[in-house]
Every structure is written in C-alpha cells, then in structure tokens.
Design a protein around this ligand. Sequence first.
Ligand SMILES: *Cc1c(COP(=O)(O)O)cnc(C)c1O
Length: 847
Amino acid sequence: MKAVRRFTVRAGLPEPLADLGVLATNLRWTWHPPTQDLFASVDPEIFDHEGGDPLRLLARVPGERLEQLATDPDFLARVRAVSDDLRAYLTEPRWYQRQGDGGGNGTRLPGSIAYFSMEFGVTEALPNYSGGLGVLAGDHLKAASDQGVPLIGVGLLYRSGYFRQSLSLDGWQVEHYPVVDPDGLPLVPLTEPSGAPILVHVAMPGGRVLRARIWKAQVGRVPLLLLDSDIEENAEDLRGVTDRLYGGDQDHRIRQEILAGVGGVRAVRTYCELTGVPQPEVFHTNEGHAGFLGLERLRELVSGQGLDFDQALSAVRAGTVFTTHTPVPAGIDRFPVDLVQHYFGDGTLLPGIDLRRILALGAEENAGMFNMAHMGLRLAQRANGVSQLHGAVSREMFGGLWPGFDTDEVPITSVTNGVHGPTWAAREITAVIGDPQDDGYESFDESVTDARLWELRCGLRARLVDEVRRRVRAAWLQRGASALELNWTDSVFDPDVLTVGFARRVPTYKRLTLMLRDADRLRHLLLHPDRPVQLVVAGKSHPADDGGKALIQQIVRFADDAGVRHRIVFLPDYDMSMARYLYWGCDVWLNNPMRPLEACGTSGMKAALNGGLNLSIRDGWWDEFYDGSNGWAIPTADGVTDPVRRDDLEAAALYELLGSQVAPLYYDRDGSGVPARWMAMVRHTLASLGPKVQASRMVGEYVQNAYAPAATAGALAQSDDFRVAKDLAAYRLRLSGSWPHIRVIDCELHLEDGHTPVIGDRVPVRARVDLAGLDPADVEVQAVVGRVGDTDELTDVVTGTMHHNGDGYYATELTLPHAGSLGVTARVLPKHGLLATPAELGKVVLA
Ligand SMILES: *Cc1c(COP(=O)(O)O)cnc(C)c1O
C-alpha cells in the first residue's frame, strides 16, 4: 500500500485542523521548536516513531484522535498561534527588506536569485543529500529564508537521495538504497491550472526527449524546485536519470547535470511565470555540477533576444555567481569531450549554440577533457571559495585561467561557509542564549553561571550517551548478534567521561584512521584510570570506494575489541538525524584533514554552537577562526612530503594534545565539580565563534559581495536593449585583434640626483606604451613597484593607475612601499565599465 498523499492527508484532516497540513509541509518546522511541540502533542509516541516527521505523523495518527483534537479548544488555540506565527514569518519584512535599495553601496538588490545545487540537505524528512555540500545548501536556503533573501533553490529529486549504511559482521560497509515516494514527502508538484503536472523538456541525442516533473518543497519563505525524471512519459532508461545521487557512470552523471542545469533553468522560468515571482536576476552555481545552467541562459538570449554568442556571454556572466568547493584537482567534475559532444553536438539540446563555443568554455590542460569548474569560472563574473584559505588555494589552483597575473590577483574571492544556528543549536542552548542569529551568542555571557552551563553540557552529553547505546545495540543486532549477548551495550560510554566526536564522509584526505596510527597510545588514552576519553566515530564511504570502506573496517575492528568497546564506538549510518546528537553532546570535535584539502568543513561549527570545543588541524574554517583559546590547533607537519611520516607526526601531536592538555583541563574540577578552566573555553567558544559561524552571516556576505553586485552588473548589461553587453562583446573582439601587438616600450622611475629615496617617498613614474591602434580609453596602464630578488621577479607589489599624457606617454606618482631593493615596471590591462576587475579577461601586457 502506498503512503498517504499530501492532499489526501489534508482531506483527511478535520476542517478545524486544516492548518496542520500547511504547518507539516512548510519545512520551517524543522527549525521551529513550537511547531515540533505542537505535532508531538498530537501523539508523542507516533511522532517519535516517525522520527519527528509531521507529515508521517498525520498519515499514521488514528482518525478518532484527530476528531478529538478538532474539538479541543486548547489544542485549536495552539494551532492558531503557531499558524499565525508562520504567516507572519512568511510575510513580514526581514533583514533583506530592511536593507533599503542596494544595500547602501550603490548596488541593486535582486528581486530574486536562483540557487542551483546537485544536493540539498534540508531535513532527514527529505533525504536528498549525501554529505556536507548538501547540508550546506540546505542551511543556505534556511538562512536566506530567515533573512528574507528571495532565493529559489533548484536541484534534482532522487529516488534514492542517499544511501543507508550498515555493517557486515566483519565491519564492512553495506549499502541500502531505500526508495522514496515523492507523494509521501513534503512536496507538491507544479501543475497546470487543469491539474496536470507541468513537465520540463530537455532534448537528448537521437531525437529523444527527457522529461521531468517539478516538485516544490517549501523551506520557510524559500521555494525549492526539484526535478524528477521518474515519470511514465519517459523511456525506461531516461526514467532512471534521477535514480541516485552520485551513482552510476559518467554518462549517467552528465545526463543528471544536463537536467539540473538546462532543465533547472526551464523549471525556474515556469515557476516564476506561474506564480508571479520575479524572474531571477542572479544565478548562483553551487559547485561545478550545475554549470550547464549558464549554457541554457546563453541559448535563451541567443534565440530570444537575437544576441550573438559573445554578447550573450557578456550578459550571462554579469548575472552569475560561481562557488567552488573543491581544493583538489582530482575532485573536480570533468567529462570526456566526446561525451559532451554526444549530448550537445547535434544542436537540438541548445539550438543556436555552437558546440565549439561550449567546448571552449570547459577547456582545460588536457584536451580530451571538459572541466565543469573551468566552465563555471568562465560563465560567472564572480567566483569564490568557501573559506579564506580555500580562496587562496583556489586562486593558485585555477590561476592558469588568468595567465600573467599574480596569484593574489586571480579574481576568486572567498565567503566562509556558515551553519544554520536554529537548526544546529540544541534547544537547551537556544533557551539560554536566545535566537542564535541575533546577538544571542555575543551577549549571553553574564546571565549564565558556569555551574548552569556545565549542567546543560552534562545533559547534552547524557543524551548522546543514551543515543550511542541505542545505536550500538541496533547496529549489533543488524550485524547478526543475538539480543542475549548484548547486555554490555547498556554500559557503553559513560555520561561523565570526556567525549570526543569524529564524524564525516571518508575520502582519504579526511584521514578517518589517523587516530589509529599508534593503537597502543590510543588505547592508553581511552583507558586512562583518572582521565579517560571516549570516542564516537561515524561516517559513510562512497559506495564505489573500497579504500574508504577498508578504513571504516579498521575503525570498526578496533572498536569491536572487548577491551575498549565501552570507550570507542563506530555508529553506522551517519546522517542529519544522528549528527545532531553528536554536535549537541560531544565535548570535543575532532578534525584531522590533510591541510589544505578541507575546503571549509562545517561540522566543527555546529559543535561550537553547542559549546563543543574544536580540536583540529588548521584547515578550512579553523585556519581562520582559531584564536588560541577557543579550542586547539593540531600542529601540521607542513613541508613534510612523505605522507607516512606526516601522518606519524600529526598523529603524535594529536595524542599529545589530547593526553596532556585536553583531558587534564576537562578533569580539573573546582569544589562543586565544575571544570572552571574548561568552562572558560566553552564560554569563549560560544561568544567568539557563535556569531561568526552562522549561515546568516554567510548569506549576508553573498548578498553584499556577490548577489547585489551581480544584479547591478546584470541590469547594466541588459539595459537599453543589451547595449552594454553588446558593447563589451565588441570590445573583447577589438581587444583580441590588437592585444598581441600592444607593447610597453619603456618604463622609468625618476629619482632626484644624489638623493637616496626613503620609504614613503612619492616618486614619478613614466612609461611609453604602443597601444597598437586601441584607444587610450580602452585600457588601464598601471605602474607596479615591489621588492626584487636575484631573478628580477617582483613581489609585494603596489600598483598605481597611470594617466595618459598624449602620444603614448603615461605618468603617475607612486609611494615607495618598502625599504631595500625595489623594482618598477608598467603593465597594460583591459578597461571596460562592465568588468568587475581588470584581471577578469585574463589579459595583461607586461613590460
Ligand atoms: C554538517 C554535516 C556534514 C559536513 O561536515 P564536514 O565537517 O564538512 O565534514 C556532513 N554530514 C552531515 C550530516 C552534516 O550535518
């Protein structure tokens, strides 16, 4: 029998309870405790059994109970209050609406923004994610909703959104792919007024058509559109396009990405027409996977507005933001060129768009491969990494796309990820600090005593211990143990022992097994007579990654040992529903990636929101937010190239920190049993990290630094029948003819005779430039001064714009920035009103 349909649920609700249907389908309930409490009180037992999912609760709860509630004035009053609250939340002006026009810096705030991602982790009730990227996307939507940012999420709905993990008896990961029925999920299909589902069409080779239905999830104020190919109108193989997230081969994957990108734009267009929501002014490509969206927008402009490819490209780039999440070249999404050719080559998918131009957008060093990140960067005027360190790594990694520029001039900035406070902070914490997104974290300090805060932390730890016991027992039953031999699981973990958490997916760079490097030393830490440590580990390996599964098996085997199994556990099936207990209850959150391969990492932020202290390699966000007293930094063996030795050194540093700093601090108690020095760090973590790790901070930065400037540039590009976009295209064409012939003929610095300049002196610089027929207004000529070494290479440079004095002569005055040996040079850069930075076109002429 099928699960109850959403509208069946509504029909089944007695009329006075109709609002419950609305409350159950708007996913704001996932971060709104009063709504959760309301549903829990319908039937606490069923609510619990259904994992706290209101929709499933309503489908299961007996009709008599609903009839009874429909006449219960107290309950009805609560329904009304919670519904009124939701209505106010959905309609009242919020942060974005209070920004005034343009966020204060002359830029324009977009009327809507489309946010494309291949996965969205909003709640376990909508299992449509695999890991950190998806949870981040979910947090982005929630924070945008809270801030009133008019985002529209776009992605795919997978039949098996993520796999469930269990263990075989010998500790090997086993995968299950539960199939979800969209009718049982908090989704509604987009339909024609007649009620017929609206389908998006995407052409496939050989005259075939891939169709997809559009489901909408409502995440507070933010709609999330999810495309689903599993419909009868599709051929059998095409039905399977959205079967699994990150499953299948390259062919399967490119079909998914074509559907998400090309189909996704078509879905947003339809949605906006249908609802009157303004069409997006900005498109945000969250990681390369969704990058085909830019090609569809090119097609729209070429076929709908009569622009040529280059003109369309200028306009599309202006309104596009690209975020990269991958600091490892091997992690970048790439396709064989012939596969791209197969799908785009016959011109039916994107009529009017020349295959060669498409291939050029994804070109990389290897001529046989099409690089989605390169395409993402070429289709977006604004690009960013997800922490400051990752921004720097990305500028280095993608620097080849901007030849002739120093790494720090590569136009990739950073917006450090954040996490959605109301989702990840335990209720007990928010009860004390207030709304995590207001100034609660900054200001809670005086009002809460150490003893109170410690009691709260102990409560969260105790809840985690219960959850660990429950899960360990369930895992052993699943592995084939009999209940009779599992009494020991009742005393796994101790609610008073220092609890360390380590949970993440298990690609190699995350080093799941670093802690096992010296198994005796780890055992010693776990079993210390006075200062024991207990360790909870979780994580899924990609189903195709046997290496990752072998790492999990090593941990499981270690933890299976009767001598330590009360102090270390591996919990199978890491997902949002487990993660929250870990973030709430762990005293210490451990992270030991191979620096700098963790782009940001967000789980440690979630622990910090609950007063967990981070113990981490200085990678990703921790490199930027660690301040010496809000946790610990595991020293990295930077520069040691032998990975085995590096692991040895870093593991030793980890044991050392745990044994000689972390544990002693935790067990150092005052007269009333409170670890005062520990609590000082907890307080400092809450106060210093609490405000910074919020997704609301992240979304605010995207608005200020990406969405508003992109909307401004996009509007400029389109204005006056795309005059500026056309002008930029013509300009680029003009440049490409003349550029190779531009020369800096000479450049000199004028020093007064017999006078040695001092730092801070202003000195005149002159240069002669042959513009090869270009107009002086077409270029920016810059004087550059910096340190020189033996190779004449300039470092620590300062630049100044030079003014044209006629006849190819340029001049300016520069302030000497350093003492010691300096050098000077001049360079020529493109200049156009629609360029975000002079480096944008990757063109520069050096002297
Ligand atoms: C936050 C989160 C992640 C991401 O954590 P990282 O620190 O980036 O590895 C992964 N999975 C779940 C369920 C999460 O909640």
